[in-house]
Design a protein around this ligand. Structure first.
Ligand SMILES: NC(=O)c1ccc[n+]([C@@H]2O[C@H](COP(=O)([O-])OP(=O)(O)OC[C@H]3O[C@@H](n4cnc5c(N)ncnc54)[C@H](OP(=O)(O)O)[C@@H]3O)[C@@H](O)[C@H]2O)c1
Length: 353
């Protein structure tokens, strides 16, 4: 078999890591490729679920004796602590690995220090190979660990003229079945789905991740969160069914902003405490506006249908913008056709000052 470069091995490790997306939280996604002294792949692994073996341990188990003198190529700095599994840095040292190549350092203060442990045991450590790519694959986890609150994706559906419902309030379904299937897949990759009480009262959504064809529930369900200052969510609301965990987040429990509404930074901090790393904000327009006004949205995914309504509610309400100079500037990073609709992904540009 041909030998593999460290760069190629890292590309493969990043691919492997992505297989854990949606099931590893509150842990990161991690991939590992083990090369022997001749650069042959002797082990591969990824972290599949929290509490399960780490990527390095899976790869080491495959490699056995062949790991000795070899190179471990890992997307994230090997952990240095004993959690539900032992420290990966020690396992690599014990296996006799001579070199460890890491894409991104671990920002988690509890687990970091793996690179130092490896170096002090005489292992050569290189950092930063395909760092940007590995960072992008783990962006929600890395962002949330660095700043202490979850990565927030605002998702909405609208017509080409930005309407989220018709003038009479009817809105089912603005976008196609293909777009809705895409949304259910997206729900499966996050830890929590958030909606304002206005949406719960208007639409009575389930907010579960489902197979739309047969209605069956995905194995892993995000926490459903209703942002509901004074507890107006009806007792028989669908979000209260037993299909997934639900948190009705009230101002009394989370803390109130100056208007007596749920304090959004406090809400995100509380979610982080519960192990939530990625949040899908599903509206409605009032809550989304408040999140955007507070600068709490990291990514926007808009599903845009090839339809016009000309009247009716818009997808976004007051976001704290009163004049064009205050507009929230975005960068489009992806445009994909989903059935007849477009899925547009945008990132808010960082504001100066
Ligand atoms: N097209 C789409 O993608 C989409 C998605 C979702 C919903 N919708 C539509 O949106 C409509 C409902 O939207 P909506 O704007 O009335 O309701 P909403 O955004 O779902 O909920 C707004 C409510 O959230 C509560 N809230 C608690 N803390 C808040 C805070 N810090 N900032 C802002 N709000 C806070 C407030 O009620 P309290 O003060 O009582 O807590 C507020 O009235 C429905 O017609 C639905 O069909 C469309």
């Amino acid at each position: 078999m041909a030998s593999v470069s460290v760069d190629e091995a890292m590309r493969r490790a990043i691919e492997l890591a992505a297989r854990g997306l949606g099931t590893t939280s509150p842990n990161p996604v991690v991939g590992c490729v083990l090369l022997d002294e001749d650069g042959q792949v002797v082990g591969e692994g990824f972290h599949a679920y929290a509490g399960g073996p780490h990527a390095e341990i899976v790869a080491l188990a495959q490699a056995g004796q062949r790991a000795k003198g070899g190179t471990a190529v890992v997307t994230l700095e090997p952990c240095n602590h004993t959690g539900r599994t032992g420290p990966c840095s020690s396992a690599l040292v014990q296996a006799g690995v001579a070199r460890v190549v890491i894409a991104v350092p671990d920002p988690n203060p509890v687990a970091s220090g793996g690179a130092a442990t490896l170096r002090s045991a005489g292992v050569r450590v290189d950092l930063g190979v395909r760092g940007d790519e590995a960072e992008a694959g783990n962006v929600a986890w890395l962002t949330s660990m660095r700043r202490g609150w979850p990565y927030v994706i605002w998702k909405y559906a609208a017509t080409l003229d930005g309407r989220s419902a018709a003038a009479d309030g009817t809105s089912m379904w603005i976008t196609s079945e293909a777009a809705r299937i895409d949304v259910h897949a997206l729900r499966g990759t996050v830890d929590a789905v958030l909606a304002g009480v206005g949406t719960v009262l208007a639409d009575d959504p389930r907010l579960t991740a489902r197979n739309l064809r047969d209605g069956s529930l995905a194995i892993r369900q995000p926490l459903r969160v209703v942002v509901d200052s004074s507890g107006r969510t009806p007792a028989d609301a669908r979000v209260r069914d037993g299909a997934a965990r639900t948190w009705i987040a009230t101002a009394a429990e989370v803390g109130a902003d100056p208007h007596g509404r749920v304090d959004l930074p406090a809400l995100l901090a509380a979610l982080h405490q519960r192990g939530v790393r990625a949040v899908l904000l599903e509206g409605g327009p009032r809550l989304a506006g408040a999140f955007l006004a507070a600068g709490l949205v990291d990514k926007i995914i808009g599903y845009v249908a090839p339809r016009l309504l000309g009247a009716g509610p818009t997808a976004l309400l007051d976001a704290g913008v009163t004049t064009i100079a205050e507009a929230i500037d975005l960068e489009f990073v992806d445009v994909t056709q989903v059935g007849p609709d477009l899925r547009i992904t945008a990132l808010p540009r960082k504001r100066e000052g």
